[in-house]
Ligand binder design. Structure first.
Ligand code: 5AD
Ligand code: SF4
Length: 428
């Protein structure tokens, strides 16, 4: 009998990508095989994101396609998981056969009528089917206790849970032995990692976890995302600086450069705290590459308040930024505020910040021209390779006749040209 096939559609962040890798391995252990497209699949799994309404709308947009597939394949099953709001799930359960909490993917067998096997305590213990052979996502915690007023995550992913440090170290040791060169430590707020096993000094903190990972033998890079400025402390800065494997790349979401807006967002830091953190991090970590997340057009954001964000953008001089237009989310505290910044104005503010970012990113990249940098190659192009350096900057490399397969390898590259979103270089 032909095996049943599945197709996973993933929306949202790296955590969702990582969860989909666990779903894929769970399904292959239940004897499902991947389908090359949704139309041919017996089982559709949608891993959704609810951070902005546009992402939710895309899931609603699948209804027509599912109806067409069901007409041809009466046994077609569709399961929705990921970050799902209760309010949305009432409508979405008309499109899907099951809407399940992401933690329930460990019990997928139950929903598929398959024979279940040894039960797992927590879904993060499922060994993922990594998409890449050299870069792996390793969640260290999930959930969030912060309740930023615009954000759905504390409702969709519940409170913070950290994985035991021992389990994380064992997983990374295995990956490095298999040849993985880049390990992404994932969590909604990695800096509040609070390991479930006791170290000599008490609970394992994020800095201690980084130190434990640094001890794992092998040549590999450690990256992490995301950090909340209120928890990104001096100890983490010092550890990032002292651990050779931890790369000089930091995503530190500021969200706004205005104190009154930060207060309305319940971010619990002031612009001056954030700037002091950046100053310390830049002093301790050479070649630090900085990115941030921003929300423009938060309810009540005046022109003056937005200008404070633009001013911070110029002052910090980011290398990268994820600029988001505010989207009211059901059930959050900000939903009750008047979403009074028009769509056009949000777009305009996004454009202004993007222009500043282009200038600062190019300026920063120009400083690297002529320097040598290590690049982890991630793909082959027509005339060379593409990769990321330790600072997580994209580097385009001309092959100059080199034929060797360099994908997944570290190479030394001399930077010859700077652009806004990428560098160009030659292999040394
Ligand atoms: N509207 C717009 N952007 C949002 N983000 C989170 N919630 C919202 C929202 N309601 C952004 C934040 C966060 C990133 C993951 O998504 O900038 O850091
Ligand atoms: Fe959302 Fe704030 Fe938690 Fe980040 S820290 S996941 S923005 S509530």
């Amino acid at each position: 009998m032909a095996k049943k096939s599945y197709y996973i559609t993933t929306f949202g962040c790296q955590m969702n990508v990582s969860d989909s890798e666990r779903i894929a391995s769970m399904l292959s252990s239940l004897d499902y095989v991947p389908a090359s497209n949704l139309e041919d699949a017996d089982l559709a799994l949608v891993n959704m994101c609810s951070v902005r309404q546009t992402a939710v709308d895309r899931v609603h947009g699948l209804a027509k396609k599912f109806r067409e597939i069901r007409e041809k394949n009466k046994k077609f099953t569709a399961i929705l998981t990921g970050c799902v709001l209760k309010k949305d799930s009432q409508k979405l359960c008309k499109i899907f056969d099951y809407v399940i909490d992401v933690r329930e993917i460990k019990d997928l067998a139950k929903f598929l009528g398959s024979k279940s096997f040894d039960s797992i305590d927590h879904y993060l213990q499922i060994a993922p089917a990594h998409q890449s052979k050299f870069s792996a996502n390793v969640p260290i915690m999930t959930g969030c206790n912060n309740f930023c007023t615009y954000c759905v995550v504390p409702y969709t992913r519940n409170r913070e849970t950290s994985r035991p440090a021992k389990e994380i170290v064992a997983e990374i040791t295995k990956l490095v032995k298999k040849g993985y060169k880049e390990i992404w430590l994932l969590g909604q707020n990695v800096n509040s990692y609070h390991g479930l096993i006791l170290s000599k000094k008490g609970w394992t903190s994020f800095s201690e976890l980084l130190e434990m990972i640094e001890e794992i033998p092998g040549e590999f890079w450690v990256r992490f995302t995301s950090s909340h400025p209120k928890d990104f402390n001096e100890k983490v800065i010092k550890t990032t600086a002292s651990c050779k494997k931890v790369t000089p790349y930091l995503n530190l979401p500021v969200q706004s450069g205005d104190n009154a807006i930060l207060k309305k967002m319940n971010r619990r830091y002031k612009v001056s705290d954030y700037k002091a953190l950046i100053k310390k991090a830049r002093k301790e970590i050479p070649n630090l590459c900085l990115s941030t997340d921003i929300i423009v057009g938060f309810p009540g954001e005046t022109q003056k308040q937005f200008e404070n964000t633009a001013k911070l953008f110029r002052e910090v001089g980011y290398d990268m930024a994820y600029i988001n237009k505010y989207s009211p989310r059901p059930g959050t505290a900000a939903e009750k505020l008047n979403d009074n910044v028009s769509k056009e104005e949000k777009k305009n503010r996004e454009k202004i910040l993007t222009e500043i970012l282009k200038e600062t990113a190019l300026e920063n990249n120009k400083k690297i021209v002529g320097k040598e940098t290590v690049v982890l190659i991630d793909s082959k192009t027509n005339d060379g390779w593409l990769g990321k350096n330790d600072q997580y900057k994209t580097v385009k490399i001309k092959s100059n006749g080199q034929k060797k397969d360099l994908v997944g390898k570290f190479v030394n590259v001399k930077i010859t040209k700077a652009m806004e979103w990428a560098l160009e270089g030659e292999i040394k």
